[in-house]
Design a binder for this molecule. Structure first.
Ligand SMILES: [Zn+2]
Length: 426
């Protein structure tokens, strides 16, 4: 890969280690919810290291960090920029790669372009999206940019700990009116690309270096509530009960055989089950199952919702109790743009990295960006497919591969002659 511009691998790996120390807990995981003390300290560190490198950091109205190179933007600052970035907030007891990899690699790429005074046709900017993991709202920062919030909606938001977003945001220097005004117009971003860990086992299992994300899945879900009858656990014969928990269990165990009917890529998860009144000696009157289902195609996700609804109604009829279905609006699938996917493939090929197309089963800020700009994502392998856990790990070589592929992709999207100058020399 001589002749190709590459990232400073040691600097990037050191940055990952440093960022992973903010919010590190006794279990080896990372607690860094958005706007927590650890998150604010991490943002301050990140800002200082960008400024030290000669970059400019701006905070937009909702709290996204926008990093740019003033010298590279001379004469081109008014052109629609290429965006790259991810998030640095974490789920409770999360890992140190989900988000930080794409954020730090974006900044490292910009730092290298800045150091080498690379002539660009349009600006490259690194973005750190606020609250991707949804302490207050899933994909908060990118949702504010792409669909916008009204101030009243932001007033309603509460954090996992029950705090009001408005209070926490104000304490951090934020202003709700400014937050409601950050919405971007389509066309204001030329293209967007995000590097992220796969968070699944496919790339590692197949020995592939880089995943070219084909699209982000459609996500649906909601609550299925079975309503039976509370009875005495000792005196009510088994055949005289309307046990809501048994209905819920029956419903849950039907799902794995049912959902493939909407296609092999269907997944369904029932991670929360609640019983009421919740006594060991009381037949449960109510049982609630929170359902999450996903498919790469929106239409198939809609079909999943119908199949799951039908199963719940079947169970209720067979067991002679009531059921209530409360589905959230379906989040549509976000296909990634061919132009960006091609740029990723070319960049990987120039580096000798193997690629495959892969759907993203997880939600990302890129699904929002895809609604206003050509968008793509680069995945690198997760060891054992683990994520959202202290076991989350991406090997150093894959971190560096991913960052170098990102850099080549940015050059292709932002340079006048995509990569010609760099490829000829190798
Ligand atoms: Zn993430």
């Amino acid at each position: 890969m001589s002749g190709l511009l590459s990232v400073d691998a040691d600097r990037l790996l050191a940055d990952l280690t440093t960022l992973g120390g903010f919010g590190r807990n006794g279990a080896g995981g990372v607690d860094r919810a958005s706007f927590s003390a650890a998150d604010l300290a991490a943002r301050a560190w990140l800002t200082a290291s960008c400024v030290k490198a000669g970059l400019r950091v701006e905070v937009d109205g909702i709290g996204n960090l926008v990093v740019s190179s003033p010298s590279l933007e001379e004469g081109i600052a008014d052109r629609a920029p290429v965006w790259t970035g991810s998030h640095i907030d974490a789920v409770p007891n999360g890992g140190m790669y989900d988000g930080p990899l794409g954020s730090l690699a974006a900044i490292e790429c910009l730092r290298r372009l800045h150091e080498e005074h690379v002539a660009l046709e349009r600006p490259v900017r690194a973005i750190v999206y606020v609250d991707e993991e949804g302490n207050y709202a899933h994909l908060l920062g990118s949702s504010a940019l792409t669909r916008g919030f009204v101030a009243d909606e932001l007033q309603e938001l509460r954090g996992r700990d029950g705090d009001r977003f408005a209070d926490t945001f104000a304490a951090a220097g934020g202003d709700l009116q400014a937050a409601a005004a950050v919405r971007l117009t389509p066309g204001s971003v030329h293209a967007s690309v995000e590097l992220h860990i796969e968070q699944g086992p496919v790339l590692e299992r197949e020995g592939v270096d880089v995943g070219v994300v084909s699209g982000i899945v459609s996500i649906g879900g909601g609550t299925v509530r079975f309503m039976g009858r509370a009875d005495h656990a000792g005196t009510t014969p088994m055949d005289a009960r309307k046990d809501a928990v048994l209905a819920a269990a029956d419903f849950i165990t039907r799902l794995p055989a049912l959902v493939p009917r909407a296609g092999a890529a269907s997944v369904v998860t029932t991670g929360i089950v609640r019983a009421r009144p919740g006594g060991s000696n009381v037949v449960a009157e109510e049982a609630e199952v929170v359902v999450d289902f996903r498919h790469p195609a929106t239409e198939k996700a809609r079909q999943l919702e119908e199949l799951i609804s039908a199963a719940a109604l079947d169970v209720a009829r067979e067991r002679e109790l009531q059921v209530n279905l409360d589905w959230e609006p379906l989040v549509p699938a976000a296909p990634m743009h061919q132009t960006v996917r091609n740029a990723i493939r070319e960049s990987a090929a120039a580096l000798g990295c193997s690629t495959r197309d892969i759907p993203s089963g997880a939600g990302h800020d890129s699904q929002n960006l895809a609604t206003i700009a050509p968008t793509g994502m680069i995945f690198v392998p997760s060891v054992d497919g683990r994520s959202h856990s202290p076991s989350e790990l991406t090997r150093d070589r894959d971190v560096v591969h991913g960052a170098d592929v990102l850099l080549g992709t940015l050059l292709r999207l932002a340079a006048a002659q995509p990569a010609a100058a760099t490829q000829d020399s190798h």
